[in-house]
Design a protein around this ligand. Structure first.
Ligand SMILES: Nc1nc2c(c(=O)[nH]1)N[C@H]1C(S)=C(S)[C@@H](COP(=O)(O)OP(=O)(O)OC[C@H]3O[C@@H](n4cnc5c(=O)[nH]c(N)nc54)[C@H](O)[C@@H]3O)O[C@H]1N2
Ligand SMILES: Nc1nc2c(c(=O)[nH]1)N[C@H]1C(S)=C(S)[C@@H](COP(=O)(O)OP(=O)(O)OC[C@H]3O[C@@H](n4cnc5c(=O)[nH]c(N)nc54)[C@H](O)[C@@H]3O)O[C@H]1N2
Ligand SMILES: [Mo]
Length: 636
């Protein structure tokens, strides 16, 4: 039976065993894979429904009506590819290669299907993205402190006693990681603004006010240091700037910390004492760092595991293999114009993008400030091509729509940003559409390009990537996965140590110590838009039909506005307004409301990203700041 990999943008990257029985796909978790451990999450278990979905795109489309009207005509592949190639060539001739932007993300994480199309755009010297949508601020913050965002191999949790889920709803977003921690018998704590499913399943829950994480972490560090609970030998040998940091936290008043964070002084102290005693590991979430306070918060939190003697006592990112061969940046003859992902609308408005090629992403659901983005697309001269499995909101706004196939229909491999396994994905059956690499080859041929790198087969690319990384194709074929061994690592910071006093941060004009800063908006309620249990960002909304459109609001905020449970409400700010239903709950604290992220406007009529802020965390790589959004709510 073929091995598959769930290619979703998710920590777990599960290995699966698939089967086609009477033309119907069946999937199960690979029982041999140490992290997948033979079970799938509720989304993964429904993958056959996604694969066989009636509404999958089957035939290429060319726009006939107004942009966004949904009026298209169906055409053959030849005609569609010819038009795309013609426009691509025309745009480059008229406006230069930088005016072409390839916009992609992790809709499919297969090494070939993620990277191969980039070969074409590198060959053409087109602009590429400077990614900022997801985990960027934290990446920069961890590089400031450790020189890398790659933390602990989660299988090493086996020897640990405590894991803190800080700003991550792991039970929903990293279920196999959560179960791993459970199997290893770790104590689990959660730090979150919202009483999530993960919080409910934790031994301790620290319900913190938004944006105050840096302050909480600094206070915990203060207590650990001043009570002498830190690992003195480790700190002496491995930390740069400890004395300066100690002086920095000295002046912090725990009463002030308590008022700001909403946690009592006793809670701060017991966190510090027990964390030090149990030598805790921290899984630093992606979700919570998507705010203006995100970078500073990750910097402060990441100091705690080092204080108790861990070399890399955090979990954030994992990079096991070098995938650059698949992407082929070596095909460029000019350095890439990099466009900050979060500033797509701005660059279109400025007339800098004339041709947009989108695959593996649904930016008209996932990017913030959708009114601005849609206006930019309608009002400016930009040719948009989208390659997707479904007629998404992005596809609706495109000039050409190309049907993609799914990972069940092709060969690929995938690594994980959480664990150290690379897994094999074999084709099970073919239904509709073409893979990302197939479309790339068709476009290259139509453009008359002769370079052999654009015609390399998927298997050859995979074998070469494995060879570069010293991994065995035979072992992968036999087991469906291989573990990438860990090499000894040093801290690649300017001092060669863990920097509590960060020289790299100073070079960007930041304080050498993490800082707590307050942010306020024009409207009274903070809008959080975290992940939903049954979707991966915008995916599966159409196929599983299990979304939750409620606005979650605290009883006190509801009462103030005369809102009862189930009432129709309008949520609004200067970016936009949406109408939905209120759900009253103590799970969100006063002053905070919650909508789940990035549903399809086409199906629901709205999307939280009509409200979210497109500001970025500038000094942290222009990372996104979705959670730095303020709104008000009224009953309608
Ligand atoms: N089911 C499911 N799984 C997914 C995804 C999905 O859409 N659905 N998406 C995948 C992707 S792309 C990603 S990046 C990851 C994201 O995985 P997570 O990091 O788990 O994602 P979020 O739910 O966005 O954010 C986590 C938590 O941050 C909290 N939070 C918000 N502001 C603050 C704050 O100021 N302080 C603290 N301490 N907490 C705060 C939110 O309440 C939320 O519970 O999940 C991946 N896995
Ligand atoms: N409000 C708010 N918005 C957010 C966030 C938030 O916390 N709050 N989180 C952000 C985060 S963390 C992320 S990572 C982004 C993700 O945002 P996106 O990158 O837009 O991710 P998805 O919504 O998963 O969309 C992926 C698309 O790829 C398509 N696809 C899947 N497989 C293939 C394939 O093999 N080939 C092709 N051509 N297409 C394929 C899917 O059908 C889907 O339409 O969203 C961000 N948006
Ligand atoms: Mo993400």
């Amino acid at each position: 039976m073929p091995f598959s990999v769930c290619m979703r943008d998710c920590y777990d990257t599960c290995s699966m065993v698939s089967e086609l029985r009477n033309g119907k796909l069946r999937v199960r978790g690979n029982p041999e894979h140490p992290v997948t451990a033979g079970f799938l999450c509720p989304k993964g278990a429904l993958l056959p429904k996604w694969f066989h979905a009636e509404d999958r795109l089957k035939i290429p489309l060319i726009r006939t009506g107004e942009r966004g009207s949904g009026e298209f005509r169906e055409v053959g592949w030849d005609e569609a590819i010819k038009l795309v190639a013609e426009k691509l060539r025309g745009t480059i001739d008229e406006h230069g290669s930088e005016s072409v932007l390839v916009y992609q993300y992790a809709g499919d994480r297969g090494v070939v299907n993620y990277a191969f199309p980039l070969r074409l755009f590198h060959y053409l010297n087109a602009s590429t993205l400077d990614y900022g949508i997801c985990d960027r601020a934290g990446q920069e913050a961890l590089r400031d402190v450790y020189g890398t965002a790659v933390g602990m191999d989660p299988e090493k949790l086996r020897d640990q006693r405590l894991i803190v889920y800080w700003g991550i709803n792991a039970f929903w977003t990293n279920l196999h990681g959560f179960m791993l921690a459970k199997r290893y018998g770790l104590e689990i704590w959660t730090v979150d603004v919202v009483r999530t499913e993960t919080a409910r399943r934790s031994q301790r829950f620290y319900q913190i006010k938004p944006d105050t994480d840096a302050l909480f972490a600094l206070a915990v560090a203060k207590v650990i240091i001043e009570e002498g609970l830190y690992d003195k030998a480790f700190v002496r040998g491995n930390v740069y700037g400890f004395e300066e940091f100690k002086n920095y936290v000295k002046t912090l008043s725990l009463e002030y910390v308590s008022r700001e964070t909403g946690l009592s002084v006793e809670m701060v102290e017991s966190f510090a004492r027990d964390f030090a005693e149990k030598r805790g590991v921290i899984h630093i979430g992606y979700g919570f760092q998507r705010s203006l306070a995100g970078g500073e918060a990750v910097r402060a939190i990441s100091i705690l595991p080092a204080l108790v003697g861990h070399r890399f006592g955090f979990i954030y990112d994992m990079k096991t293999i070098d995938k650059s061969y698949a992407e082929g940046a070596f095909l460029r003859t000019k350095p890439a114009g990099r466009i900050p992902q979060m500033k797509l609308a701005e660059y279109i408005e400025r007339g800098e993008i004339k041709f947009l090629y989108i695959y593996n992403s649904n930016p008209l659901a996932s990017l913030p400030n959708q009114n601005r983005l849609r206006r930019a697309l309608v009002e400016n001269d930009v040719f948009v091509v989208t390659h997707d499995i479904f007629l998404t909101d992005t596809a609706l706004y495109s000039d050409v729509v190309l049907p993609a196939n799914t990972f069940f229909e092709r060969l690929d491999i995938a690594d994980s940003y959480y664990h150290r396994y690379v897994a094999l994905n074999e084709p099970v059956a073919r239904l509709y559409g073409k893979s990302n690499s197939e479309v790339t080859r068709l476009l290259a041929r139509e453009l008359g390009i002769e370079n052999p790198h654009l015609y390399e087969s998927d298997e050859d690319v995979i074998r070469k990537v494995l060879e570069i990384n010293g991994l065995s194709w035979e072992e992968l074929k036999a087991k469906g996965f291989v573990k990438v061994p860990e090499r000894p690592r040093k801290w690649k910071t300017p001092s060669g140590k863990i920097e509590f006093y960060s020289q790299r941060a100073m070079e960007r004009g930041l304080s050498p110590f993490p800082e707590y800063r307050k942010f306020e908006g024009k409207y009274p309620l903070r809008l959080l838009t975290p992940t939903h249990r049954m979707t991966i960002t915008s995916q599966y909304h159409n196929t599983y039909n299990m979304i939750d459109p409620n606005l979650y609001i605290n009883p006190s905020d509801a009462r103030e506005r005369g809102i009862c449970d189930g009432d129709a409400v309008e949520v609004f700010n200067d970016h936009g307004r949406i109408k939905t239903k209120a759900k009253i709950t103590e799970d969100v604290p006063p002053g905070v409301v919650l909508l789940y992220k990035a549903f399809w406007v086409r199906l629901l009529g709205w999307n939280a990203n009509f409200l979210t802020s497109d500001k970025t965390v500038e000094k942290y790589g222009n990372g996104s700041a979705y959670h730095s959004t303020w709104v008000d709510v009224r009953k309608i």
